[in-house]
Design a protein around this ligand. Sequence first.
Ligand code: B12
Ligand code: SF4
Length: 499
Amino acid sequence: MNKVLLFNPRSANNKYRIPNSILNIAASVDGKYDWVIVDGNCEHDPLAKILSYLDTGEFRYLGFSVMPGPQLRQAIPISKAIKEKHPNTTMVWGGYFPSNHAKVVLDSGYVDFIINGPGDNAFPNLLDALEQFKPYEFIKNLIYKADGKITKTIKEDLIDQDSLPSLPYDKLNSFYPIPKFLGKTYLGEKTLAYHSSIGCPFTCSFCAVVPIYEARWKAKSAQSVYNDVKYIKDKWGADAIEFHDNNFFVSEKRAVDFARLITPEKMTWWGMARIDTMDKFKDSSLAAIRESGCKMIFFGAESGNNAVLEQMDKGGTQTGEQIIRFAERMKKFDIVPEYSFVLGTPAPTQEQVEAQIDFEIDFIKKVKQVNPMTEIIIYTYSPVPTEGSTMYEEVKAAGFAFPQTLEDWISPAWESFDLRKNPLTPWLTPEMINKIRNFETVLNGLYPTVTDIRLNSLKRRAIKLVAGLRYKIDLYKYPYEIKLLQKVWRYRQPEIQGF
Ligand code: B12
Ligand code: SF4
């Protein structure tokens, strides 16, 4: 039987995490196909490593996991090189990038199949079909080219997450020692990345999860999450958890059940949530969550303006007033709210775009006033191809278009788009982008993120001092002195480097 090579292209410069995407795929073929993992985060020359496997002649299937941004930097040239040297291999890409940008990926000529969303059934089914020369047209969650035309098969219902096989941590450990992936963070000495649910029940129009999951969400039970975490804690000493779920706190009951189970383990943890969902949680639930070790929660606040929240189709009941009130409520429970905002959304005129940016800057300052512990993450709006959403239609009408070739995606301009730093959207002028970035610099100067564990109190005080005056008098232009200090002290950016 042909073997399978799974590749996680480099996604982080120094903070490794367990490569959960390909580990899930490894679990889906474990016991049926022989597989190996190559993690670009841990290899100096991943292409050489991959070729050393392929040169044995035993491997036919390659599975690459690709999210937008820096992972493309390895995924694209390595796929191309492999196809040139080993044209008989089958190249399969999965993950958010190929699922949302299938045409440009398949047009490249060096990717044969895309797994559209979850691959837990689609990937082993595809391998079975190819091995047995059977048709693959009826396999769900697949995108491929047939007679030069892009063909998408129907989407599969989300799988009961408790029925999935356990992740093969021990085998991963035989390729790369697990402790390497348990990094020191603000949360703990050995932080585990864990993914406990897939999808999200909401339909925010700027979000890449929506076209793939279409408002569906399925989670593992609190008990199975606990069992996995406990296994890693006991075996490799994890003392903190980063939940990578798009929306960990959809179910109050599951969150509280998990909190009760994990309390005796004395671990610290973090996850992502919606404000309007969590604002409905009972005080007793929030208290139990904090007592169990949850120190910080990431919330998509997005905007303080109710009209913009509606334009973004936040899909719920979130309002500007609620965002402020909730920041205050979190203070009572000693949970740090990490609020992310999306600035630079489209509007009919340039004046309105600019006025909206000014409004958000004022709003963020109000949040900080109510609860100075609130961590603020600022993104600039980068469109995602949510076909049919009013916002995406507006974006296209304004003249925005995605790159036409796969190689274009690794140009510096599009990388910056992926990092949501410079979105290349026609309605944002360079001055507006500068305004957003300069405000961010001053804000981060006055309120350095607590997640930067290298920044000692002396450095914090120095940056705060220079930024404080600017913040007070709304002087954000040319904050070179703050930038210099942040550069010298290598200030970390949670919006790029992770949470
Ligand atoms: C962890 C993570 C990171 C980590 C990467 C850690 C690592 N492994 O090294 C870090 C923090 C570095 C990161 C960075 C970025 N990330 Co990120 N990240 C995630 C996150 C939270 C979890 C990914 C994960 O492990 N999922 C768990 C697995 C099980 O799910 P999955 O990946 O969907 O995999 C399933 C399917 O997609 C499919 N599949 C996936 N890969 C493969 C491969 C094969 C071969 C097959 C067959 C199937 C398959 O099958 C899997 C099982 O069903 C996701 C959100 C999410 N919840 O998924 C965002 C997410 C993927 N990231 C995103 C983005 C935009 C980024 C950034 C580019 C930008 C930013 N500012 O955040 C940066 C890039 C910077 C960089 N240095 O790369 C977006 C992508 C949005 C989009 N437009 O497509 C997401 C969706 C977050 C979001 N909601 O906006 N990220
Ligand atoms: S709640 Fe978060 S994950 Fe869900 S659709 Fe909105 S932005 Fe995306």
